[in-house]
Design a protein around this ligand. Structure first.
Ligand SMILES: Cc1cc2nc3c(=O)[nH]c(=O)nc-3n(C[C@H](O)[C@H](O)[C@H](O)COP(=O)(O)OP(=O)(O)OC[C@H]3O[C@@H](n4cnc5c(N)ncnc54)[C@H](O)[C@@H]3O)c2cc1C
Length: 402
């Protein structure tokens, strides 16, 4: 039988198999942690094997001969920067693509704050993609929609995690869809977190305040370096109230709610799958101190000639500076997030205790994270970010990638 049956530890849940199935025999179903995996309906499956062809697990990637470029970038519009995670380079890219009558696929909150991929043809819709949502997105049928747009000759910008982009590329290859008009944009990724825990957290905030009205993981009220989530609930800005006890973000940072496959992510490397890779430029003080205004700077890895062309087009709305490979070093360009010792205990507690009790127990930073947070501002100022990251790897990261 030629059908997907991925192991949990390696399936990233990108949904390429469900998108490619001509019989709609595959659905992505959540497990007890809330992460989705493919489930094949036997009565519908015709064993065509397309799902195996579209699965990125174990597929060798062609190594690129393009001389990768590196840059620091910030959108000229302060309002765009203020609601973007870093310097708003993604928004500049959207503007360029929309100006060419292109279509954008990105990640937004729906009305119930679920995190999902969506399609945008106009700026009013694309702005909802701004800002990182630190939750695994529901890809739905976005890959099928993007394939239809490409077949119709439309220019398509597709953004997502590196594994989602690799899934998209394998899906398009399996469907024999030409990708000349496709621009891909991923980011340096810490890992994605449980949609189920996120749903519990948003319900918890709504119950405490009467309603949840707006959420931005990377609120900049206190500056970019000392960010904390912006939360509007019960008709008021309650960000400060949750600043010290933003339990979801703490569980995200401590990696207890991270998807199992992220702990052995094979995309944590300078070898990228997308045309452009974005990240937070934490080393900005050393790489381009003149650009560090504490409003946020995007780090850009330019991975292909197409990526270079679109990055260059962004110059009309973006100020940028060319950097070195060493300047843009990030932990997750070298190794994946380490599975924390507390992970199993967390999920046992989550399955047995009321949510409020779970976040009282796990919604705080572990000792190592607290130490890192305390020393990072000093390290950034001294321009020692790369060295500190490598030392952290030596001491704390034992499960290195092959
Ligand atoms: C889950 C996650 C983990 C990350 N880990 C790191 C990290 O370890 N180090 C680092 O430097 N940067 C990381 N980033 C990237 C960083 O937060 C910014 O997204 C990046 O700097 C681009 O910011 P921007 O200001 O240019 O654009 P923004 O406006 O912030 O762009 C947001 C972009 O991210 C996409 N996006 C948002 N949420 C999701 C999601 N859940 N899944 C897929 N795509 C999404 C949107 O579609 C859009 O393309 C992570 C982002 C996410 C979503």
């Amino acid at each position: 039988m030629k059908r997907v049956a991925p192991e949990k530890a390696s399936c990233c849940g990108c949904g390429a198999c469900a998108n490619v199935c001509p019989k709609h025999a595959i659905t992505m179903q959540p497990d007890s942690e809330g992460f989705v995996y493919p489930v094949v309906e036997d009565t519908l499956c015709v064993d065509c094997g397309l799902c195996v062809t579209a699965c990125s697990i174990d597929k060798e990637r062609e190594s690129s001969t393009f001389a990768q470029g590196y840059a620091a970038a910030q959108h000229n519009d302060a309002d765009v920067v203020s609601v973007s995670s870093s310097g708003g380079l993604f928004s500049a890219l959207c503007e360029q693509v929309l100006a060419q009558n292109g279509v954008i696929y990105g990640v937004r909150f729906d009305e119930a704050f679920r995190v999902c991929h969506a399609r945008a043809e106009i700026a009013e819709d694309a702005v909802r993609f701004r800002g990182s949502k630190y939750v695994q997105s529901d890809v739905g049928d976005a890959m099928c929609q993007a394939a239809n747009d490409l077949k119709d000759g439309r220019l398509v910008l597709f953004s997502g995690t590196p594994c989602q982009i690799d899934g998209l590329l394998c899906f398009l290859k399996a469907k024999r869809v030409a990708i000349e008009n496709l621009i891909t944009c991923d980011f340096v990724c810490h890992g994605v977190s449980s949609p189920r825990v996120w749903s519990d957290y948003t319900a918890f905030l709504a119950a405490q305040n009467g309603s949840l009205d707006a959420f931005n993981f990377r609120g900049k009220e206190n500056g970019w370096h000392k960010y904390y989530p912006f939360i509007e609930a019960g008709g008021q800005n309650v960000s400060k109230q949750y600043k010290e006890k933003n339990s979801y973000f703490r569980m995200y940072c401590s990696s207890v709610i991270t998807r199992p496959s992220c702990y052995q992510c094979r995309y944590t490397s300078y070898e990228r799958v997308s045309d452009l890779s974005l990240a937070d430029f934490w080393n900005i003080d050393k790489a381009a101190p003149e650009m560090n205004d504490d409003r946020g700077t995007s780090q850009v890895l330019i991975n292909t000639a197409k990526g270079q062309e679109w990055f260059d087009r962004c110059a009309v709305t973006v100020r940028s500076k060319t950097c070195t490979k060493e300047d843009v070093w990030q932990p997750h360009l070298e190794y994946p997030t380490k599975a924390p010792k507390a992970r199993a205990a967390f999920w046992t507690a989550y399955g047995t205790l009321p949510f409020a009790q779970v976040i009282r127990r796990y919604g705080h930073y572990p000792f190592t994270t607290k130490c890192r947070h305390a020393v990072m501002p000093v390290i950034n100022k001294l321009g020692l970010y790369t060295l500190a990251g490598k030392l952290y790897k030596l001491v704390f990261v034992r499960n290195k990638k092959q």
